[in-house]
Design a protein around this ligand. Structure first.
Ligand code: ZN
Length: 147
Protein backbone atom coordinates (compact mmCIF):
# COMPACT_ATOMS: atom_id res chain seq x y z
CA UNK A 1 0.00 0.00 0.00
CA UNK A 2 1.33 3.41 -0.93
CA UNK A 3 0.40 6.54 0.98
CA UNK A 4 1.20 9.94 -0.43
CA UNK A 5 1.87 12.77 1.97
CA UNK A 6 1.82 16.44 1.05
CA UNK A 7 3.44 18.72 3.63
CA UNK A 8 2.85 22.43 4.23
CA UNK A 9 5.95 23.24 2.24
CA UNK A 10 4.45 21.26 -0.65
CA UNK A 11 7.27 18.78 -0.27
CA UNK A 12 6.06 15.34 -1.29
CA UNK A 13 7.31 12.03 -0.07
CA UNK A 14 6.11 8.51 -0.08
CA UNK A 15 5.51 6.27 2.87
CA UNK A 16 5.62 2.63 1.88
CA UNK A 17 3.76 0.60 4.43
CA UNK A 18 4.98 -2.90 5.00
CA UNK A 19 3.22 -5.66 3.11
CA UNK A 20 2.49 -8.29 5.77
CA UNK A 21 0.00 -10.52 3.95
CA UNK A 22 1.60 -13.63 2.49
CA UNK A 23 1.46 -14.08 -1.26
CA UNK A 24 3.42 -13.53 -4.45
CA UNK A 25 3.88 -9.85 -5.31
CA UNK A 26 5.76 -8.01 -8.06
CA UNK A 27 9.11 -7.00 -6.50
CA UNK A 28 8.43 -3.28 -7.06
CA UNK A 29 5.40 -3.50 -4.71
CA UNK A 30 7.46 -4.79 -1.81
CA UNK A 31 9.74 -1.77 -1.17
CA UNK A 32 12.75 -4.07 -0.99
CA UNK A 33 16.18 -2.79 -0.07
CA UNK A 34 19.42 -4.70 -0.55
CA UNK A 35 22.47 -4.19 1.64
CA UNK A 36 25.82 -5.87 1.89
CA UNK A 37 25.95 -7.08 5.49
CA UNK A 38 29.37 -8.55 6.31
CA UNK A 39 29.85 -9.66 2.71
CA UNK A 40 26.37 -11.18 2.32
CA UNK A 41 23.81 -9.48 0.07
CA UNK A 42 20.64 -9.21 2.16
CA UNK A 43 17.30 -8.13 0.67
CA UNK A 44 14.32 -7.25 2.88
CA UNK A 45 11.44 -4.79 3.08
CA UNK A 46 12.87 -1.57 4.46
CA UNK A 47 11.41 -1.73 8.02
CA UNK A 48 12.73 -5.30 8.41
CA UNK A 49 16.15 -4.22 7.12
CA UNK A 50 16.26 -1.35 9.62
CA UNK A 51 15.31 -3.71 12.45
CA UNK A 52 17.99 -6.18 11.36
CA UNK A 53 20.64 -3.46 11.31
CA UNK A 54 19.54 -2.29 14.77
CA UNK A 55 19.83 -5.86 16.05
CA UNK A 56 23.23 -6.31 14.40
CA UNK A 57 24.46 -3.08 16.04
CA UNK A 58 23.78 -4.63 19.46
CA UNK A 59 25.72 -7.80 18.75
CA UNK A 60 29.42 -8.16 19.26
CA UNK A 61 29.04 -11.38 17.27
CA UNK A 62 28.00 -10.96 13.67
CA UNK A 63 24.65 -12.36 12.56
CA UNK A 64 25.48 -15.00 9.92
CA UNK A 65 22.71 -14.64 7.37
CA UNK A 66 22.07 -17.55 4.99
CA UNK A 67 18.93 -16.33 3.26
CA UNK A 68 16.58 -13.35 3.17
CA UNK A 69 14.09 -12.35 0.42
CA UNK A 70 13.30 -15.07 -2.10
CA UNK A 71 11.12 -14.58 -5.16
CA UNK A 72 8.24 -17.01 -5.65
CA UNK A 73 10.19 -18.50 -8.58
CA UNK A 74 13.10 -19.30 -6.25
CA UNK A 75 10.65 -20.60 -3.65
CA UNK A 76 9.12 -22.95 -6.23
CA UNK A 77 12.55 -24.48 -6.95
CA UNK A 78 13.16 -25.02 -3.23
CA UNK A 79 9.72 -26.45 -2.68
CA UNK A 80 9.97 -28.82 -5.66
CA UNK A 81 13.31 -30.11 -4.31
CA UNK A 82 11.73 -30.51 -0.87
CA UNK A 83 8.70 -32.35 -2.31
CA UNK A 84 11.03 -34.66 -4.27
CA UNK A 85 13.03 -35.33 -1.09
CA UNK A 86 9.90 -36.16 0.90
CA UNK A 87 8.71 -38.44 -1.92
CA UNK A 88 12.09 -40.22 -1.92
CA UNK A 89 12.55 -40.64 1.84
CA UNK A 90 8.90 -40.80 2.82
CA UNK A 91 9.20 -38.31 5.68
CA UNK A 92 9.89 -34.63 6.23
CA UNK A 93 12.64 -35.13 8.79
CA UNK A 94 15.59 -35.44 6.38
CA UNK A 95 14.45 -32.77 3.95
CA UNK A 96 14.55 -29.54 5.92
CA UNK A 97 11.47 -27.37 5.74
CA UNK A 98 10.07 -25.55 2.75
CA UNK A 99 6.78 -23.77 2.22
CA UNK A 100 5.01 -23.64 -1.16
CA UNK A 101 5.53 -20.41 -3.18
CA UNK A 102 3.59 -17.51 -1.67
CA UNK A 103 3.37 -19.21 1.73
CA UNK A 104 6.71 -18.07 3.11
CA UNK A 105 7.63 -14.77 4.74
CA UNK A 106 10.81 -14.97 2.68
CA UNK A 107 8.61 -14.30 -0.39
CA UNK A 108 7.55 -10.90 1.00
CA UNK A 109 10.97 -9.89 2.33
CA UNK A 110 10.14 -10.29 6.01
CA UNK A 111 12.25 -13.32 6.91
CA UNK A 112 15.85 -14.31 7.38
CA UNK A 113 17.59 -17.62 8.01
CA UNK A 114 20.77 -17.48 10.06
CA UNK A 115 23.37 -20.15 10.84
CA UNK A 116 24.33 -18.96 14.32
CA UNK A 117 20.87 -19.08 15.91
CA UNK A 118 22.40 -21.01 18.86
CA UNK A 119 23.81 -17.70 20.11
CA UNK A 120 21.53 -16.44 22.86
CA UNK A 121 22.93 -12.93 22.42
CA UNK A 122 21.96 -12.86 18.74
CA UNK A 123 18.50 -14.31 19.38
CA UNK A 124 17.90 -11.72 22.10
CA UNK A 125 19.01 -8.85 19.84
CA UNK A 126 16.66 -10.04 17.08
CA UNK A 127 13.72 -10.65 19.45
CA UNK A 128 14.19 -7.19 20.97
CA UNK A 129 13.96 -5.68 17.48
CA UNK A 130 10.68 -7.19 16.32
CA UNK A 131 11.89 -10.52 14.98
CA UNK A 132 10.13 -13.76 15.96
CA UNK A 133 12.04 -17.03 16.15
CA UNK A 134 10.93 -20.01 14.02
CA UNK A 135 11.86 -22.56 16.70
CA UNK A 136 8.19 -22.70 17.75
CA UNK A 137 7.37 -24.37 14.41
CA UNK A 138 10.56 -26.40 14.22
CA UNK A 139 12.58 -24.06 11.97
CA UNK A 140 15.47 -22.92 14.17
CA UNK A 141 17.47 -20.93 11.57
CA UNK A 142 14.37 -18.91 10.66
CA UNK A 143 13.26 -15.50 11.96
CA UNK A 144 10.22 -13.55 10.79
CA UNK A 145 9.87 -9.79 11.20
CA UNK A 146 6.58 -9.30 13.09
CA UNK A 147 6.88 -6.19 15.25
ZN1 ZN B 1 13.41 -19.19 6.72
Amino acid sequence: MLTLFVTKSAEIWYNYNMITKLGCYPERQLNLVTKNIDGVMVTLQEPAMNALINAADRCTVRIAIISSYRSCEEQKKLYDAYAACVAKYGHVYKCGLSAPPGNSYHNIGLAIDISNYESRKIRRALLNNGWKWGASFGDKPHFTYQP
